[in-house]
Structure formats: C-alpha cells, structure tokens
Design a protein around this ligand. Structure first.
Ligand code: GTP
Ligand code: MG
Length: 222
C-alpha cells in the first residue's frame, strides 16, 4: 500500500456530477478527504464509492468544511482544492512539491482561465482588487487568492484559523503572512466548473465573499 503523503481536502456541496472525475485524478500518495455539508445529490455516497474519506460537517459554510477537512487530515502535507472539476488534481504537485522540498511554507495556485467563461467577470474583478490590497498590506507578491493551495499540516493548525465562511482562504493567507511564512504563487489551470456555483460564480455569492473578506481585512489593519 502507498503511504499517504498528502491529504487533499475537498469542501463539497452537491458536487456529485464532478466528483468522479476529480477523484480519479489524484496523484499517487494523495488521499482525498471530501467534506460534505449536507449535500442532497448523493455526493457523500459518490465520494465513498470512489474511495475518498468522507467527513460530515454539520455547520454550513466553505470555511467550516475546509477546517473540518484539516482537522481530519493526518498526512504531513495538506492540500486544498475545489470539488467542482474547475481545477485538475493532477496539477496538485505544482503547489505541493515546493512545500515538500522545504522551499515554501504555503503555495497558492494562481488561476489561469483555460477559456474566458471559466472565470466570471465579477469574480475575476473582485480577486484582482483583493490581490492588489493584499500585496500592499502584506508585501507578498500575489495576484489571486485561489482555492488550490498546500502547506504542512502542523503549520496550518498553528495558525488557529477562526473564519468558517468564505473568508477562510483569506484568513489563512493573512495569518501565514503575519507569521512570516515563505508564500509562493504558481500558475494553475482554471476551467469551467461542472454543476451549479455555490460561492463566487453568482453575483450574490461574490458579494458575500467580498463582505466576509473585507471584515477580515479591517480587523487585520486595526
Ligand atoms: N462543504 C461545503 N462545501 C462548499 C460550501 N460552499 C461551497 N462549497 C464547495 O466549495 C467549493 C467551491 O465552491 P464553488 O461553488 O465552486 O465556488 P466558486 O469556485 O467560488 O464558484 P464557481 O466559480 O462557480 O465555481 C466547491 O467544491 C463547493 O462544492 C459549503 O457551504 N459547504
Ligand atoms: Mg468553483
């Protein structure tokens, strides 16, 4: 049996259509942890049938799911990725390998759209403006706050992240920057998702994400 070196956390809300493809593309030595928040489309069953560890999180929210996955992980490195087939798990070594080699403490995948419709304009604009603010606040040269990322599990736990909604990826970045982590950005492919959007693919979802993130930024600057 291959030793698990990387636990991949996949927050999942009704992604039964995307999961078989996503879960078939994990590199050797990676284990999928699918964190389900009460999906009604059989996502949990699809995930276990494909061999993933399924974690059920009662509390709704992207951050609640992502954090439950981190707590369930046991491998030395934890990676995160969306479960909607917008990102290819075969690209995970791009974010994992620099951490594994001890060259970086947090690696973020900068989304590069494979086709224009992969990334709706409102989400892209929100990200560009957020990244500009983050470069100014932290001095870290990032251009996107994408969901594909990797770090060492114990480091992530030491950040003591509190956000349980869509601010979780931002809080991770801000706390890591404050702690002086070596943060690196690499290009990753972003393709049109399978199924319906939950967060930033809708204008309302983008507003909620921006509100959650702005609250965190205000706190950080105080
Ligand atoms: N468990 C759980 N997963 C969630 C929740 N909201 C979103 N997700 C998952 O988190 C990932 C990101 O959500 P998406 O709906 O793809 O959000 P997005 O990437 O901002 O929007 P799109 O551009 O439309 O894909 C997906 O795998 C979702 O299934 C939630 O409340 N709970
Ligand atoms: Mg998505």
């Amino acid at each position: 049996m291959t030793l698990i070196q990387v636990d991949l956390v996949l927050p999942c809300l009704n992604e039964a259509g995307a999961l078989p493809w996503v879960l078939s593309r994990l590199p050797e030595g990676y284990r999928a942890i699918v964190v389900d928040n009460g999906s009604t489309d059989g996502s949990a069953e699809v995930a276990s049938a494909a061999g993933a560890l399924v974690v059920h999180e009662e509390r709704r929210g992207f951050g609640a799911a992502a954090h439950a996955g981190l707590l369930a992980a046991t491998a030395p490195i934890v990676a995160f990725c969306d479960a909607d087939a917008s990102m290819d798990p075969r690209e995970l070594p791009l974010v994992v390998d620099p951490v594994r080699a001890g060259e970086a403490d947090l690696v973020l995948g900068r989304r590069r759209a494979s086709v224009p419709k992969a990334w709706p304009w409102h989400s892209r604009m929100a990200n560009t403006s957020l990244s500009w603010r983050l470069r100014r606040i932290t001095g870290v040269n990032i251009h996107d706050l994408g969901p594909m990322r990797a770090a060492r599990r114990e480091d992530l736990l030491s950040l003591d992240l509190r956000d349980r909604r869509s601010g979780y990826p931002l809080e991770m970045f801000l706390r890591a920057a404050e702690a002086g982590w070596r943060i690196r950005e690499v290009d990753t492919t972003y393709s049109p998702r399978v199924g319906r959007s939950k967060v930033t693919g809708t204008v309302q979802g983008t507003f909620t994400a921006v509100a959650d993130m702005s609250a965190l930024l205000r706190e950080t600057r105080r």
